[in-house]
Design a protein around this ligand. Structure first.
Ligand code: ASP
Length: 377
C-alpha cells in the first residue's frame, strides 16, 4: 500500500514537471546540449498572431549567450554557451510584440567570428528577408567585433527590412544582466516599420545606432557602444524615437553582393606606433594580403618606415588604406599620400575599413574606384 502511494506520488511529480516545463529560471537554463550548429527553434506562438510582425532571431554567441556559476561575476564567464532556445525563453515578453522564432548560426565569442561566418550570416539573412513571412531579423552577437559584423551586413543585406544586431555586456547569469532588455528592444525595433530602409542597426543600452558609425568604446561598461561623431540614430524609451537620417549608401544601394561569394580576400590591419618598422607590411604581403589597412596615428599619418612598407606593398599590387587609431574624425585624402596610391578611409575606423576593403576587392583592384567606395560608404 505504502509502495503504491509512493508510485502515485512519483508519477504526479513527473507530470507536474512535464506540464510546467519551466521549473528552472529561464535565464540560468543553460543547456550543454545546445551545440553551435544551425538549429531551428519553433515559433513563439505556433500559428503566429496575424497583427504582430514576424521576427527571426539568428544567434551567433557572445556574452549575451554567456554564463557563469557566479551571479556577481561579470568578467570571468564563458561566452557563447547558452543557446537560442534559452535566449528566447528568457524574454517571454517578446511574444507580446512579435512572432519570434530563432536559429542558431554559430555559438562563439565574437573574436572567433571569421569571414566564413560573415558570409553564411549575410546569405541566410538575405534568404530570410526575401520571404514574405519574415518582417525583420535580429542577430545576437558578441560585442567585441559586433561593429564589424553589423557593418558587413549594412553593406551586403539586399533588403529594406530591418536588420538589428544586438549583444550584451553582462552574461545571462549576472545580476542585472543587460541581455534580456537589449534583446527585447532589438525585437521591438526590428518589428517597427520606421526601422525600414535605415541600414543595419545596432541596439544596446536603450540606444539605436547605425552600423556605419557605432563602435565599442569601453572594455566592460554597459554604455560601451557609442556613435560619438555622428550621434545615435534613435532612442528606446518604451516607445521608439528615431532622430537621425542615414546619408551613407547601404543595403540595397551598395555595389556589393555575397550571393556568389564563398570567400573574401585577405585584408590585414597594421597598427601605427613610434619606432615601428616596415616589416609588418612585408609580413602581411608575404602572408597573402590583398589589402592592408593602416591604423595610423592622427590623420592617418605614416612614419618614414611605415611609408616605405606601404609603398612597397602597393608596388606589389596590394591596396593600402590609411585609417586612424584615434577612434574619431575623418582621415583626409592627403595629396602626397594619394600620389603614392595610399588611399584614405574617410571616417571608417580600421576594423570597419577592413570590412569595406574586403568587399571592394571583390569588385575591383582599381585604386580610384576603391577610394570612391570609401567616400560613398
Ligand atoms: N568576448 C565577448 C564576445 O565578443 C564579449 C561580449 O560579447 O561582450 O563574444
Amino acid at each position: 500500500m505504502k509502495k503504491q502511494r509512493w508510485i502515485i506520488f512519483t508519477l504526479f511529480i513527473a507530470l507536474l514537471f512535464t506540464f510546467t516545463g519551466c521549473s528552472q529560471s529561464p535565464e540560468t537554463k543553460e543547456s550543454p546540449k545546445e551545440k553551435p550548429q544551425t538549429q531551428k527553434v519553433s515559433s513563439a506562438s505556433a500559428s503566429g498572431k496575424k497583427d504582430l510582425p514576424n521576427i527571426k532571431i539568428l544567434a551567433t554567441g557572445g556574452t549575451i549567450a554567456g554564463a557563469d556559476k557566479s551571479k556577481t561575476s561579470t568578467t570571468e564567464y564563458k561566452a557563447g554557451v547558452v543557446g537560442i532556445e534559452s535566449l528566447i525563453e528568457a524574454v517571454p515578453e517578446m511574444k507580446d510584440i512579435a512572432n519570434v522564432s530563432g536559429e542558431q548560426v554559430v555559438n562563439v565569442g565574437s573574436t572567433n567570428i571569421d569571414n566564413k561566418i560573415l558570409l553564411k550570416l549575410a546569405k541566410r539573412i538575405n534568404k530570410l528577408l526575401a520571404s514574405d513571412d519574415v518582417d525583420g531579423v535580429v542577430v545576437t552577437h558578441g560585442t567585441d567585433t559586433l561593429e564589424e559584423t553589423a557593418y558587413f551586413l549594412n553593406l551586403t543585406v539586399k533588403s529594406d527590412k530591418p536588420v538589428v544586431v544586438v549583444g550584451s555586456m553582462r552574461p545571462s547569469t549576472a545580476i542585472s544582466a543587460d541581455g534580456p532588455s537589449n534583446l527585447y528592444n532589438a525585437v521591438k525595433v526590428a518589428g517597427t516599420p520606421e526601422a525600414k530602409g535605415k541600414g543595419a542597426l545596432v541596439v544596446l543600452n536603450d540606444r539605436i545606432a547605425s552600423a556605419r558609425y557605432v563602435s565599442k568604446t569601453n572594455t566592460t561598461t554597459t554604455d560601451t557602444f557609442k556613435s560619438e561623431e555622428m550621434g545615435y540614430i534613435g532612442t528606446i524609451a518604451d516607445d521608439i524615437y528615431f532622430n537621425n537620417v542615414m546619408t551613407r549608401k547601404h543595403t540595397k544601394d551598395t555595389d556589393f553582393s555575397v550571393s556568389d561569394l564563398d570567400q573574401l580576400p585577405q585584408v590585414d590591419i597594421v597598427y601605427g606606433y613610434q619606432n615601428e618598422g616596415s616589416y609588418l607590411f612585408d609580413a602581411a604581403v608575404k602572408a597573402g594580403a590583398k589589402g592592408i589597412v593602416y591604423a595610423g596615428t592622427g590623420n592617418g599619418s605614416l612614419s618614414d618606415a611605415s611609408e616605405k612598407g606601404a609603398v612597397s606593398a602597393v608596388k606589389k599590387g596590394v591596396t593600402v588604406v590609411r585609417s586612424s587609431r584615434t577612434g574619431n574624425g575623418v582621415v583626409t585624402p592627403n595629396q602626397e599620400y594619394a600620389k603614392k596610391d595610399l588611399l584614405a578611409s574617410n571616417s571608417l575606423n580600421p576594423q570597419k575599413a577592413r570590412i569595406l576593403l574586403m568587399l571592394a576587392l571583390t569588385k575591383t583592384n582599381d585604386s580610384q574606384k576603391i577610394q570612391e567606395y570609401f567616400n560613398e560608404y
